[in-house]
Design a protein around this ligand. Structure first.
Ligand code: NDP
Ligand code: 2IT
Length: 450
């Protein structure tokens, strides 16, 4: 057993070196900090991790790809975006993780997401490594033809680096079924291979039933299991949700199915309060079919209101599900949640809660589920899609949904048991980080210095 002091010094040294080697990437630094803060006890128990430089290797992506993505818009103007794929860690399987199309995307954001993805994917137990990619392309307001031309150009470079046994991308912010369709079409055309190289495909051409629902469903199932440790459930909870994309919509759906009362959603124009309960059918119509804005929902839903410039966390609730983007829930938001009577927070998004907000919630004894555990249902169902593709055997909705539920139960219990084993029961952040890290570290040890 290494001395505790040596371990803390070792973690600090690796962290400081990573900061120096990755300047100007605050989200990546934050993701590293959050994981490193919980690893002391596990590194102390395993001197071999130190001897084999596991931490140093883990913070360095295996491969980082950046490329030009030129395309022509509907007005005939040449546009240039930047494409990314960071293949972070393949100790447990082919790189796996989403593609994000959003103007804020840069290398640091893709690295934070890829780092987190590695541990998340380990928690699923499905044999998938971690990666992430995307572009600073903004699909909002673009025509289908523009999105198609962009996706074709993006895949014209990306196809060299991916494959069903190498790296299997999927959706994330700004990348849904439409984009996956165009990306898949171009991959197939360039490689002459019809293979499970992407997940989130349409159900008629290789996609899995329940993949669309999986992330939001999984996050609510996780919240339900956390509440059960306190003798509660989702039934009767007053829920606030941020975001109104893929994750948020199906978090609304599952929460309502389990008997909760969901009163908010949001997008980048503001948040909507609907005290009568969010109308799921209208929300889907506005967001999935019309690609509309929050105001379009409010215009058709008497009694609901759009609040611009405020924060959704001021709406009193017992359960909060941040499902939009990173760092959307800061310490002031966390304090507002605590004042409003929150009992549980489960992250549907990746790293939506800032470190001081997490501390404030945990300090107030709020059940807190980090994204790498709570939103793992999406990528786990992607792995089920890969399984269906490999077996050429599509499964029914209920088969996939019941596997998802079993997987979320397993992740919940593994996080809870690990937290208990390491002397901090109820600390799901510690449980998720340590359980995920250990799986990746042990596989890396077995593979030698690579
Ligand atoms: P979508 O693009 O479908 O939806 C994103 C939602 O968040 C939209 O309502 C969007 O509003 C809002 N949003 C995004 N960025 C911002 C921002 N900077 N400020 C305010 N609002 C913002 O993405 P997903 O639902 O797929 O992803 C949401 C989160 O969940 C992300 O953190 C993603 O990484 C994570 N996640 C997704 C998984 C998946 O399977 N899709 C799996 C696991 C995690 P607007 O339209 O106005 O921009
Ligand atoms: O953050 C995530 O886990 C995702 N965007 C889903 C990744 C996937 O490969 O399904």
């Amino acid at each position: 057993m290494l001395q505790q002091l040596d371990v803390q010094q070792e973690l600090e040294d690796v962290y400081e070196k990573a900061l120096r080697r990755n300047p100007g990437e605050p989200e990546f630094h934050q993701a590293l900090r959050e994981v490193f803060d919980t690893l002391g006890p596990v590194v102390a128990r395993h001197p071999e991790y130190h001897e084999q430089a596991i931490l140093q290797r883990m913070v360095e992506p295996e491969r980082q790809i950046m490329f030009r993505v030129p395309w022509v818009d509907d007005a005939g103007v040449v546009q240039v975006n930047r494409g990314f794929r960071v293949q972070f860690n393949s100790a447990l399987g082919p790189f796996k993780g989403g593609l994000r199309f959003h103007p804020s995307v840069n290398l640091g954001i893709v690295k934070f997401l890829g780092f987190e993805q590695t541990f998340k994917n380990a928690l699923t137990g499905m044999g998938i490594g971690g990666g992430k990619g995307g572009s600073d392309f903004d699909p909002h307001g673009r025509s289908d033809a523009e999105v198609m031309r962009f996706c074709q150009s993006f895949m014209t470079e990306l196809h060299r680096h991916i494959g069903e046994y190498t790296d299997v991308p999927a959706g994330d912010i700004g990348v849904g079924g439409r984009e996956i369709g165009y990306l898949f079409g171009q991959y197939k055309r360039l490689t002459n291979r019809y293979e499970g190289v992407l997940t989130g495909k349409g159900v008629g051409w290789g996609g899995s039933l329940a993949r669309t629902e999986a992330t939001g469903f999984g996050a609510v199932i996780f919240a339900d299991r956390m509440l059960a440790t306190k003798g509660q459930s989702m039934e009767g909870q007053r829920v606030i949700i941020s975001g109104s994309g893929n994750v948020a919509i199906y978090a609304v759906a599952k929460a309502q199915e389990l008997g909760a009362h969901v009163v908010t959603f949001s997008d980048s124009s503001g948040y909507v309060v609907d005290e009568a309960g969010v109308d799921l059918g209208l929300l889907r119509e506005v967001k999935e079919v019309e690609r509309g804005r929050a105001a379009d929902y409010v215009a058709r839903r008497p009694g609901s209101r759009l609040i611009q410039g405020g924060r959704v966390w001021d709406v009193p609730c017992t359960v909060a599900l941040p499902c939009a983007t990173q760092n959307e829930l800061d310490v002031h938001g966390a304090e507002a949640l605590v004042r409003g009577g929150v009992v549980a927070v489960a992250e549907g998004a990746n790293m939506p809660t800032t470190p001081d907000a997490t501390e404030a919630l945990q300090g107030a004894d709020v059940l807190f589920a980090p994204g790498k555990a709570a939103n793992a249902g999406g990528v786990a169902t992607s792995a089920l899609e890969m399984q269906q593709n490999a077996g050429r055997d599509p499964w029914s909705f209920s088969q996939v949904a019941s596997r998802l539920e079993t997987i979320m139960d397993g992740i919940h219990d593994e996080c809870a048991n690990t937290a208990e084993e390491y002397g901090d029961p109820g600390n799901y952040v510690l449980g998720a980080n340590v359980a995920g890290f250990t799986k990746v570290a042990d596989a890396m040890l077995a593979h030698g210095v690579i």
